[in-house]
Design a protein around this ligand. Structure first.
Ligand code: MAN
Length: 369
């Protein structure tokens, strides 16, 4: 087999952007959506910023209220300090708060690797339904409109976690004016990606509702208006639903000759323990979904085709994470993949599609009972 990756590098880092408040430090620029528009690559970067200085005896947790940034003071004695996950502040009550605020920075590039320094648009939380931040966007371009689906993090009001992820939608035609449409799925739910065209006359989405039993897996749902969705069904292999644990959609699927190419993510326990600040590994399986019934997986990479390998993927805010969030087909059978690396950086890769297909095996219907 030849080389799968023709290029794979860090393209955006926290130091590239200015913080929005003197007591906020940017710690992440990652999980970046990507599309093409008007001869450019356009990106929606998740920017994560944390308070830099905390007063004695408290930890500051940022949030938005009426479009203004606020800091809540959490007494240190209320925090469960045995929890080492940097992505949450676990309270002794079992609820959690986020130690950071996330928002989107819209950026662009001519070549997919170097950013245009003169173009920046910022999309901040409004404070109603997204008070704890805007995370993990994907962009699907359908008939000349761009659909930005993202996770708005809101207050679960005593729910399981205190924080509730709710999928929301923003649209734009030109990357100058953006229109907010609010919630499109009930939370807790994440990782909504839209297909780039209707299938059998309906919009199609992959999403990842949180299921208490059976973990989190990818569900395919249909809609005529992008607001009310069918209950949907899990992606299936050979007639068997894929409900093995922590999976989520990655980039919006791409139409290829064989079906829909779907780049996804999968979370596994990290056998090396908490090395690199992370007890998990996030890696990427790729699937081909049936053209007419995209809940059926018709081919799959045996092994995830992308795992944390480069140093900027292994070490960072939360190490051992590759989290693909954008994919664009280029000429000459090359696939451009945009991904979060170690919850800190944005990486871009060029993948040889022929090689990727060679690593995929067809999966047939279930054998007759
Ligand atoms: C979850 C989400 C993502 C994050 C990964 C890895 O899936 O919170 O935003 O990138 O975990 O930490």
């Amino acid at each position: 087999m030849g080389d799968l990756f023709k290029r794979r590098e860090k393209i955006i880092s926290p130091g590239d952007l200015e913080p929005i408040h003197p007591n906020l430090k940017i710690v992440g620029t990652f999980n970046t959506a990507a599309t093409r528009h008007d001869g450019h690559f356009y990106y929606a970067v998740r920017v994560v910023a944390e308070p830099e200085n905390h007063p004695e005896g408290v930890r500051l947790a940022p949030r938005f209220e009426n479009a203004n940034l606020k800091f809540d003071s959490i007494p240190v004695q209320d925090i469960d300090t045995s929890d080492k996950d940097p992505r949450q502040i676990l309270l002794k009550t079992g609820q959690s708060r986020l130690p950071f605020i996330s928002y989107l920075e819209i950026m662009r590039s001519k070549d997919g690797f170097t950013m245009d320094p003169d173009y920046h648009v910022r999309i901040l939380p409004e404070g109603e339904g997204d008070e704890y931040g805007i995370e993990d966007c994907r962009i699907a371009s359908i008939d000349g409109n761009h659909y930005l689906t993202y996770t708005a993090v809101t207050n679960g009001k005593g729910g399981d976690n205190g924080v509730l992820p709710v999928p929301n939608l923003i649209t734009t035609k030109d990357f100058t004016d953006f229109e907010r449409h609010g919630k499109i799925f009930e939370g807790p739910d994440k990782n909504v990606v839209l297909f780039p065209e209707k299938v059998n006359g309906q919009y199609v989405a992959l999403h990842r509702p949180d299921q208490k039993e059976g973990g989190s897996n990818i569900v395919l749902a249909q809609s005529t208006d992008l607001k009310s969705w069918s209950a949907g069904s899990h992606l299936s292999i050979g007639g068997v639903s894929l409900t093995d644990g922590h999976r989520g959609a990655g980039a919006p699927p791409i139409k290829i000759e064989e079906g829909w190419l779907a780049i996804t993510h999968q979370k596994l326990d990290n056998p090396a323990g908490t090395e690199n600040n992370s007890p998990f590994i996030y890696q990427s399986p790729a699937f081909i979904l049936d053209k007419d019934d995209p809940s059926k997986i018709i081919a799959s990479t045996d092994e995830p085709f992308m795992k944390p390998e480069e140093s900027f993927e292994k070490e960072g805010y939360f190490g051992n994470v590759v989290f693909p969030t954008g994919a664009i087909m280029l000429p000459d059978d090359e696939l451009y993949i945009c991904y979060g690396a170690a919850d800190e950086f944005t990486g871009a890769a060029i993948v040889d599609v022929k090689e990727l297909k060679q690593r995929m095996k067809p999966v047939g219907p279930a054998p007759a009972p």
